[in-house]
Ligand binder design. Structure first.
Ligand SMILES: Cc1ncc(C[n+]2csc(CCOP(=O)(O)OP(=O)(O)O)c2C)c(N)n1
Ligand SMILES: [Mg+2]
Length: 556
């Protein structure tokens, strides 16, 4: 009998899981445990102002560190608040453990009582009903095991009256990591490698698309070697963007956000090899990106059908790096390929290409978002972490160059706006170096503007650049296209510089893009967070939006 209250033992179990950072919002259901957490050496607790944001901060922390994110909310309304964050995490395969209170199990009636499990299950997250006092530590282990092994969010629901009981057993917690099978890299089978080599040897215009699985597996050099050996061009999914930016035959992101030249080259491709990329609807741009190509996939878990479409017809089931290395070895043993796309002329075109050359008239006092991103990309050092927001302007942010995918944070799979300020806080908390920039739309930023108070109170250091079109850009561009009244999506350009100052942070409104250089020079990574409010035109429609409206708003 440890005689410690269960909430203490639970906090120690979380520490044994290696948790060093908690994002929290207190209530009856979690405040004893959260306070116990804050007393443990080496654990930092950040207190957020909205539960959704606490969870999204934990997602940012995971994105920056690769470690399971941990957040905590109270029972009932604390849990209903996090539905969007959980769904976003589930879609983006983010391992997350959310310590949630449950209403007291022994109470006859409780105003905040709610059947939390079905709500959580609907988001795609796992729910652990921690109702057994003697098995309480097993519940914690299950939560961390599922989060890590299945890379998904898990909510650990513990009735808060149980949390205050004495723990009846010995608290000899064995952490989840020791239960996760360590199987090493999965090697490919020889027949599938041989089949891919034959196809690659015959292809004239192969393109390799690397995804998050390739980043995780450390497959960058191996993929570049295969591309060089086979004459293939290189591309990535959106989450892996930047992986090959230094390579003269890298054509950037695949999918709806692909640049003009990349689209042209994909249209001519006769073979696409997806490495550690699940070929989502976005990556293949609804099937429109490479209509002539046959598609092969190298993946630990190849999928034949994804987002309603056939992914490919040749599958190498393997760890990304191990699979690619085997294909390169077999290709080199076999001899030369036919691929003829790599030429000095193409390298020159790639180097000079712009993602989108369409022209728009820009109202005085506002900037072309494409030029804003190019200017920010010039002045913000390449070793900074960059968090990309959502909304229409997210397209423009994607086209920065020379930034590693491990330091470019984007979680847009569920398409929810409003998360990125919290994701950026999670990254800033993890990095703790002041070298974090969030680029976000005005509508998304204001959705959770209260978190500026969290930034101020915790002294979190980061830079926030607002692409301020004074509107829900995504909506006005579509309403305009459909000839409807757009006034419901127009708000006017919020004065974010004053808002920043009101929260005790620094703020500036950019009147000329040449000012960015000076602003960067005076930015102090050790100083308070800053917001740069950048007025952009609401007329520059992204190419992905232009195509989407032409196809009927993505319903086809
Ligand atoms: C939670 C949520 N609410 C509403 C939407 C619909 N929506 C998509 S983009 C967008 C506008 C976002 O505005 P802003 O952040 O200013 O970016 P912009 O499109 O103007 O670049 C809205 C409201 C959504 N995707 N998610
Ligand atoms: Mg906007």
């Amino acid at each position: 009998m440890s005689n410690l209250p269960i909430y203490e033992v639970l906090a120690q179990a979380f520490a044994s899981e290696g948790v060093d950072t908690l994002f929290n919002l207190m209530g009856d259901g979690n405040m004893h445990w959260a306070t116990a957490m804050s007393k443990i050496d080496g654990i930092r607790v950040f207190h957020a102002r909205h539960e959704h944001c606490a969870c999204a901060m934990a997602m940012g922390y995971y994105s920056a560190t690769g470690n399971t994110g941990v957040a905590s909310v109270t029972c009932g309304p604390g849990v209903t608040q996090i539905a969007t964050a959980l769904t976003t995490a589930a879609r983006a395969n983010v391992p997350l453990v959310v310590f949630a209170g449950e209403s007291p199990i022994n109470a006859r009636w409780y105003n905040q009582a709610l059947d939390q499990a079905p709500l959580v299950h609907a988001t795609g997250a796992h729910y652990v009903r921690a109702h057994s006092v003697p098995r309480m530590l097993e519940h914690v282990r299950e939560a961390f095991y599922v989060a890590r092994f299945e890379r998904r969010p898990v909510v650990l629901g513990i009735p808060y009256d149980l949390q205050k009981l004495p723990f009846p057993g010995a608290s000899n917690y064995v952490a989840s990591a020791s239960f996760i099978p360590q199987t090493g890299r999965t090697p490919p089978n020889a027949e599938s490698v041989a089949a891919l080599v034959e196809r690659l040897a015959a292809a004239q215009r192969p393109i390799i698309i690397a995804g998050r699985g390739a980043v995780r597996s450390g497959a960058r050099e191996a993929i570049e070697a295969l591309a060089a050996a086979s004459g293939a061009l290189l591309a990535t999914t959106l989450p892996a963007r930047g992986m090959f930016d230094h390579d003269p035959f890298s054509i950037g992101v695949a999918g709806g956000f692909a640049g003009e030249l990349a689209r042209e080259l994909f249209a001519q491709s006769d073979l696409v090899i997806a490495v550690g990329a699940s070929l989502t609807y976005y990556t293949v741009d609804g099937g429109n990106l490479f209509p002539k190509a046959s598609v092969a996939q190298i993946d630990e878990r190849p999928l034949g059908l994804k987002d309603g479409m056939r992914t490919g017809d040749l599958f190498v089931k393997a760890d990304a790096r191990a699979g690619v290395e085997a294909v390169t070895r077999a290709l080199e043993a076999r001899g030369a390929t036919k691929a003829g796309a790599r030429s000095p002329e193409l390298a020159r075109r790639i180097a000079q290409s712009v993602p989108d050359s369409a022209e728009f008239s820009i109202a005085p006092g506002t900037f072309d978002p494409r030029e804003v991103i190019a200017a920010l990309d010039r002045v913000i050092p390449k070793d900074w972490d960059m968090v990309s927001g959502s909304g229409h302007s997210a397209y423009f942010q994607t086209h920065v160059r020379g930034r590693r995918p491990e330091q470019f944070h984007v979680m847009r799979e569920f398409g929810a706006i409003g998360n990125a300020i919290s994701i950026a806080i999670g990254v800033a908390a993890a990095k703790d170096n002041g070298k974090v920039v969030l680029i976000e739309g005005d509508g998304s930023l204001i959705m959770h503007i209260q978190e500026l108070e969290t930034i101020k109170r915790h002294g979190l250091r980061l830079l926030i650049c607002v692409l301020n079109d004074g509107a829900y850009g995504a909506e006005i561009h579509k309403l305009r296209q459909d000839g409807l009244d757009e006034s419901g999506a127009i708000f006017g350009r919020t004065d974010f510089a004053s808002i920043a100052r009101g929260f005790g942070l620094k703020g500036a409104t950019v009147a000329d893009l040449d000012e960015l250089e000076g602003l960067m020079q005076s930015y102090d990574p050790a100083g308070p967070a800053e917001i740069w409010n950048i007025p952009i035109s609401d007329r520059v429609t992204s190419p992905s939006m232009r195509r989407q409206t032409a196809r009927g708003h993505g319903v086809m």
